[in-house]
Design a protein around this ligand. Structure first.
Ligand code: ADP
Ligand code: SF4
Length: 694
């Protein structure tokens, strides 16, 4: 069934004493499930092994309490107490013929140690990350301690069955990386100065690990070959290359990327598939060991060319493996069109930074594999002969339709407009968001394969229509509308002057409303749309001011690693950034804003004001239908999903639609029927439960 041109992707690769079954390599990536829930971690990784990934790695796995990643979940092998949790994952992954890898880590300067209260340490003193402290300089005893801890953690990893054990020196989160960059390392001893000295700790850790477990496990190195800072850091043509040259044959595998995490995990808004190739391409030329690199690869043809052109031996993936854990299997089975492509939005990553567990815009089952028992490719068969009407074909309605259709229910999807996809399609026309279309495209493609689903475009449903049909379940997925009145974080009451014709919303911008400057964008949301609309209008040549009550534009994008890129883009385009100011009054051709600290007023010229504040559910139809149910007791039930239930992210809408599709026939509580009694299982082995059983 497999197209022979993809055969090369299914060749095995020898990594030290281990051999992979194919070239699909899930590189280490964070989930924040780690110690929160070992069972959830095991299932999350197992699903990828089941989906065909030849290698499945952990997230960062801390070797000692002096590297404590709390409150982010992460993994730990601080002591033998931590072994049982990770052993669940090893067994789950290996069951499917995949190799299990463990990314041993000491975070060095980046370790916050909020829980352990150990003092962060690194090559040289520097400000600690997000904690008011100074990172202390390591002395020789500290270096020898770290080497001893790393050896001990490697033994633990080997003892619980890991096939691959990492030495981690990337993302400015791995201690050996701190030593390599002169931005951190100002030492004058044999660990400072020339690159041979600065790479000494990395060399020692590789040698220690090889010596300790090298005959049982493959030893991999994850190294950021370029800091991505030009002359301000080391580069892949300078010291980054030199490190790989010096240590070329020492590890069993090179896993290479860009050192700066914000550049390594760039969103589709700022980087295309494979943007790291110029940095990592040299590595295969200087080592005979297998090389893996990432680049948000979702196209099998691109993967083949990477191998054929000698850039890598293994296709590294974090996000593409989250969006579609079955990507390798789909290629193997000749089902390319079934691949659920990552949209490069970094919702997955943001939750890790915020302290919650992983989630994904494209794959609603992410993180839910164990606690809700959701499989990305399998749904339970229908439990009744319900006939279901889904009203609204945005992300929520499409996902509910797909899930219900796959379960075998008879489903009709009515969409008022002449296209499916709702906000994911509308937003995809904005700068940098074209991949958002994939949310709709994947679902439409899959729904078209289902004979039990009918789609009606240009079909606006009113409550009075429904009585004429014989549906037994009505799902209202009519989305939400941006408010114009300015109520939000900064304003508890409508802003004076909000109801003038030149006060508009993102809905008007996306609908193609003609806009003349000067424009003030009042961004009280702090997510991506404010910056994206500013970019769009500035590119049209308009005079644009981004006004926000927050101390910086788009503050929530620090969680998607886009903060710097957004700032750079807006500043380059000449967008004026007015921060920490609350919009108070909208006049005919100017607005008044007050400093949120002093109340001092400023005035900004504004022919158009774009309000990005709250969104209100489009729930008129929902209420009408509920009234019909209350008054006439018809033979149908009514439910709200997605933004119509509660406006949120596209990921929230997809999750809501999926959840309804799975849970609608379970015992309900409350008047929103899909709130069921026990929505998810809690892990008795979460946090330090394993340790406390000593
Ligand atoms: P969500 O993110 O919750 O899926 P969207 O706003 O993206 O929400 O999508 C809602 C969809 O519902 C839009 O495509 C809109 O055209 C459609 N819609 C809204 N009201 C009706 C209605 N009365 N009948 C049919 N479709 C509707
Ligand atoms: Fe890709 Fe977005 Fe899913 Fe992350 S959340 S895997 S970036 S689609």
């Amino acid at each position: 069934m497999r197209d022979p041109r993809f055969d090369i992707l299914f060749e095995s690769v020898k990594i030290g004493p281990k051999t992979t079954k194919n070239r699909f390599y899930q590189v280490p990536h964070c989930t924040a499930l780690g110690t929160f829930s070992p069972h959830a971690t095991a299932k999350f990784r197992e699903i990828k092994a089941e989906g065909g990934w030849g290698v499945v790695n952990t997230e960062l796995c801390m070797i000692h309490p002096s590297s404590d990643s709390s409150p982010s979940g992460g993994e730990r092998l601080w002591s033998d107490d931590d072994k049982p949790g990770l052993q669940l994952m090893v067994e789950a992954v290996q069951k499917h013929g995949a190799l299990a890898g463990c990314e041993l880590t000491h975070q060095g300067a980046l370790a916050g140690n909020r829980m352990s209260r150990e003092r962060p340490m690194s090559a040289s003193p520097r400000p600690a990350m997000d904690v008011p402290a100074v990172v202390r300089q390591m002395d020789k005893q500290d270096i020898s301690d770290v080497r001893r801890w790393h050896r001990a953690a490697a033994r633990r990893a080997r003892d619980i069955g890991f096939d691959i054990v990492y030495v981690y020196a990337s993302h400015m989160m791995g201690l050996p990386g701190d030593f390599i960059t002169q931005r951190v390392n100002r030492r004058t001893d044999e660990y400072g100065g020339v690159i041979e000295n600065r790479a000494r700790l990395l060399r020692e850790l590789i040698e220690d690990t090889k010596e300790e477990i090298g005959s049982d496990c493959a030893v991999a190195v994850r190294f950021g070959v370029d800091e991505g800072l030009g002359d301000a850091g080391y580069t892949c043509s300078g010291d980054g290359r030199r490190v790989v040259e010096m240590l070329a044959e020492l590890p069993d595998l090179w896993d290479v990327n860009v050192q700066n995490i914000n550049l390594d995990v760039m969103t589709a808004r700022f980087a295309d598939e494979g943007w790291q190739e110029p940095f990592t391409a040299f590595v295969k030329q200087v080592t005979s060991k297998p090389v893996v690199a990432v680049g948000r690869y979702t196209s099998p043809d691109r993967m083949v060319s990477l191998i054929k052109n000698g850039l890598v031996d293994l296709i590294g993936a974090a996000r593409p493996s989250i969006a579609d854990p079955f990507l390798p299997k789909k290629i193997e089975e000749g089902r390319i069109e079934d691949i659920r492509e990552c949209i490069g939005c970094n919702t997955c990553l943001s939750m890790q930074y915020m302290g919650g567990a992983i989630r994904c815009t494209q794959n609603p089952t992410t993180g839910e594999e164990w606690r809700r028992g959701w499989h990305p490719e399998r749904v339970p068969a229908k439990m009744s002969d319900e006939r279901i009407l889904v009203i609204g074909g945005g992300p929520a309605g499409l996902e509910a339709t797909l899930t219900l259709g796959r379960r075998g229910y008879s489903v009709a999807l009515s969409e008022r407009s002449n296209f499916l996809g709702g906000r994911s399609v509308l937003e995809s026309a904005l700068p940098g968001l074209s991949t958002y279309r994939r949310v709709a495209d994947y679902r439409i493609g899959q729904i078209h394969k289902l004979a039990n689903v009918d789609i009606y475009l240009g079909s606006e449903i009113q409550a009075s229509d429904v009585a004429d049909f014989d549906f037994t379940t009505i799902v209202v997925a009519t989305g939400s509308t941006w408010d114009r009145d300015g109520i939000g974080k900064a304003n508890r009451f409508p802003v004076n002057g909000w109801d003038q014709p030149h006060v508009i919303t993102p809905d008007d911008v996306m609908a193609g409303r003609t806009i003349e400057g000067p424009v003030v964008i009042n961004d009280d949301e702090g997510y991506y749309l404010g910056g994206v609309i500013a970019e769009k209008l500035a590119k049209q040549g308009l005079d644009v001011t981004l006004l926000t009550p927050d101390p910086e534009p788009s503050p929530l994008l620090k969680y998607t690693s886009e903060r710097e890129a957004v700032h750079q883009t807006l500043l380059k385009l000449g967008v004026k950034l007015v921060t920490a100011r609350r919009l108070v009054e909208i006049g005919a051709d100017e607005v008044e804003a007050h400093c949120i600290y002093t109340g001092k007023a400023i005035r900004l010229p504004a022919a158009i004001v774009v309000m990005i504040c709250l969104r209100s559910p489009n729930d008129g139809l929902l209420h009408d239908l509920r009234k019909t149910v209350a008054e006439n007791s018809p033979m149908f039930t009514v439910h709200a999903i997605g933004d119509c239930f509660a406006p949120g992210t596209v990921a929230d809408a997809v999750h809501s639609g999926h959840r309804f599709g799975r849970e609608m026939d379970q015992t309900p509580i409350g008047d929103i029927n899909y709130l069921i009694e026990k929505p998810f299982v809690r892990d008795p082995n979460g946090w330090d439960q394993f340790a406390s059983r000593r």
